[in-house]
Write a protein that binds this ligand. Sequence first.
Ligand SMILES: Cc1cc2nc3c(=O)[nH]c(=O)nc-3n(C[C@H](O)[C@H](O)[C@H](O)COP(=O)(O)OP(=O)(O)OC[C@H]3O[C@@H](n4cnc5c(N)ncnc54)[C@H](O)[C@@H]3O)c2cc1C
Length: 506
Amino acid sequence: MDTKENSPAIIWFKRDLRVHDHMPLYLGSKFGQIIPLYIIEPDYWKLPDTSGRQWLFIKDSLEDLNDKLTALGAPLVIYKGKAEEILEKLILETEARSIISHQETGNFWTYQRDLRIKSLVKKFNCDWKEYAQFGVKRGLINRDGWAKKWDHFMSAEPVPTPSSLVPYFKKPTFNIPTQEELGLKDVCPGRQRGGHEEAIKTLNSFLDERGKNYQKGMSSPITAQWECSRMSTFLSSGTISMRETAQSVWLRQRELKHMASEGQPVGSWRGSMSSFNGRLHWHCHFIQKLEDTPRHQLEAIHPFYNDLRDDPFNNPEARIRLKAWSEGKTGFPFVDACMRSLNSTGWINFRMRAMLMAFSSYHLWLDWRVAGSVLAKKFTDYEPGIHWQQVQMQSGTTGINTLRVYNPVKQGYDQDPTNAFTREWLSELVDIPDSFIQEPWKWPDYEQNTSHEYPHRIVDHLEAAKKAKAQIYAIRKKQGHREIAKNIYDKHGSRRSQNSRTKIRH
Ligand SMILES: Cc1cc2nc3c(=O)[nH]c(=O)nc-3n(C[C@H](O)[C@H](O)[C@H](O)COP(=O)(O)OP(=O)(O)OC[C@H]3O[C@@H](n4cnc5c(N)ncnc54)[C@H](O)[C@@H]3O)c2cc1C
């Protein structure tokens, strides 16, 4: 690295808000003076896929990161504005010749911002080095050997925390705005709290206690909130590293194996840990796809499915459907309960995310880009690489995945057999007997009972599903569909690791 005397290195924190297993910070500690920088970008927080709940989690995590960095000798430097203007100013003022960060696979906005920063640093003869923080490979040609490389990356020793840091600024700028100051207005009383300690606490409670019935408990929103790991928000903000998470699971798996070999009862623990380990692979497997094709947030993976559905921006009737879906007022109790729970807590389990998205795309026939953004906003754990791939998979626009049109009524019966979850979130249904709660329109007294505030179902779900499937299958039969689908599979389909016992099916 070019080390002009007294010129600092800028350590640019992005979605990696920790000091442990942090390559840029470690390298910075060897450099001399550093500027540990975080840039709050108001334009990012105005995007349709970002929200106050996401910002508040980041805010917690920045406060925690600042405490850690201060203890090491170099408090966090926080600026607010356009990243390119702030970096230009810093480079000119401090003559910094080196920026070090982790690679970011973010939404299309951050992708374009990073392209602009690349041109900027070139202009100033500054070196921007970016290091991988997941099993995602930049510039990948195909998926051959990908899973093996994942295993290799995750098995390496975590990067040590520096013992001390030398700050460039003696009194750095540190001001973390409230969500209102960023122009955000979000109410999410059940949001997870950020910071590294919270991440460790959550991981340990999962590995030692909550994870026992993970495999069985993950499908229902009632059990999943406790039995799923709840690590997604920590992973998407980088308050804990994926490597630290993976190695903790492996340690637990070795411990369980040892216990089993000694005849101690381990119940469903081993299956659950293996299943969780598999999902950590999926995390990077999905992000890799967006890394390879950033336009997947904007365009259907299979081009035959572009502009297929109703766009709420141009269609007032579709706008009404979108609003009802987003507010949990579609008239389908289980769908509405899931949405209201998500609105209030910032999290819901995988199966219910899939159902919510599929309901919007198939039953309500709404454009996946608009509904996908509305959903992203609600997730505190918004991870563009996972989110947009899943949104497209659940909307049938990849051309390579099996069509999954969830029946919203059946999901209610299956995943909330006692109706406790539905009742918890839908107080309007208090008078409806249990046997009709998932299908209130079948209750003989429903029409007579004018006191209820709950809306009539917005569509006939069986009719709507039939119509949607027919439209998708008609596209699948079109000439040329299969050839394009094969190319998509060759580029993005997974390969299994020889070492890994984990199947990646997507
Ligand atoms: C439409 C839709 C949108 C989604 N959007 C997001 C998102 O924005 N951010 C996000 O982190 N996850 C997303 N997911 C995937 C999944 O639902 C969440 O990762 C999971 O519910 C988070 O809870 P957890 O950490 O307790 O998960 P666990 O089941 O405990 O899994 C552990 C970790 O594995 C990863 N993981 C789990 N399931 C998947 C999956 N299917 N694909 C890829 N990685 C996975 C996550 O990093 C997760 O934190 C989405 C799924 C769907 C269907």
